[in-house]
Design a binder for this molecule. Structure first.
Ligand code: OGA
Ligand code: MN
Length: 286
């Protein structure tokens, strides 16, 4: 039986991603199955598990079978007050407010392309989102293939930026470029290579994004902005994007080393709530 058979894996009708329908994630997986899931993740960059009825703890338990779950850096205190038994590994991604306080972290509406935690020295490698409440329309998550982006760049641009680094920042915005007068002492920031090599696949990926990349080091502002615009245009080409339309019970897992993601707008008065875990990384992107 091939790996694809065992997982009941189907490539998505999209430039990237695969759907896995053969697994019940409430159950402990065999080592072989865990290896197959990880291999499928390396091969496809985004995995979609449908119809998973998971408690928060079961989501953490599944995550822990794949690696070491991360802990959200700033668990919003309100959510722990409202859901006291929420495992510390879970972040709530939601626009829901209880008594005026957000249950999740600032998660209304549209969000531009980014790579989770690229502003940290050692970003978490995976993010997993499990859909609980969804709006009637929108709130789709778009995934862009950063291997394909690297491959599509002009050779002259690749040569020019080959050993350059870009400053990644966490400016707490959703649809704005990082500010020009950033006070770096107050926000998470780190300079990573513009191009990174994925440690498992050996493939090169573009590692800049519109939401969190402030500038390319070694260029003046104007030149850096022009170069970044060129990189963003390639990195957001619809030809390399899969747009996930969520169904309740979907669990989607992506690889922050070779994928950027964004969210489409949705009616702000409707509830949207997903539970999120991550896998920690062990090395800085290079
Ligand atoms: C995230 C994120 C996108 C979404 O949780 O890191 O970017 O669709 N979420 O909510
Ligand atoms: Mn994100």
């Amino acid at each position: 039986m091939t790996t694809a058979d065992k997982l009941n894996l189907k490539k998505l009708d999209a430039p990237l991603g695969a759907e896995i329908n053969g697994l019940d994630l409430t159950k402990m997986l065999s080592t072989d199955t865990v290896d197959a899931v990880l291999q499928a993740w390396y091969d496809n960059q985004v995995l979609v598990f449908r119809d998973q009825d998971l408690t928060p703890q079961q989501l953490v338990d599944f995550t822990a079978q794949l690696g070491e779950p991360g802990r959200p850096r700033m668990p919003p205190q309100t959510v722990r007050d409202i859901i006291p038994d929420l495992p510390p590994e879970i972040m709530i991604v939601s626009n829901v407010r209880v008594n005026g306080k957000p249950l999740g972290l600032a998660h209304d509406g549209e969000m531009w392309f980014h790579s989770d935690m690229c502003y940290a020295e050692i970003p978490h490698t995976a993010t997993l989102l499990h859909a609980v409440d969804l709006p009637s329309e929108g709130g789709n998550t778009m995934f862009a293939d950063m291997y394909a982006a690297y491959d599509k760049l002009k050779l002259a641009t690749r040569d020019r930026l080959e050993s350059c680094k870009a400053l990644q920042v966490h400016d707490y915005k959703r649809t704005e470029r990082p500010g020009v007068d950033l006070d770096l002492s107050k926000i998470g920031n780190f300079a990573h290579p513009v191009f990174v090599t994925h440690p498992e696949t050996g493939k090169k990926a573009l590692y800049v994004n519109r939401l969190m990349t402030a500038r390319i080091e070694g260029f003046d502002r104007q030149e850096s902005d022009a170069l970044l615009e060129e990189l963003f245009a390639v990195g957001e080409d619809p030809a390399i994007i899969y747009e996930h339309v969520w169904r309740p019970g979907d669990l989607v897992m992506w690889d922050n080393r070779c994928i950027t993601h964004a969210r489409t707008d949705f009616p702000h008065e409707e509830r949207r709530l997903l539970r999120r875990t991550t896998l920690i990384g062990t090395e800085a992107p290079r």
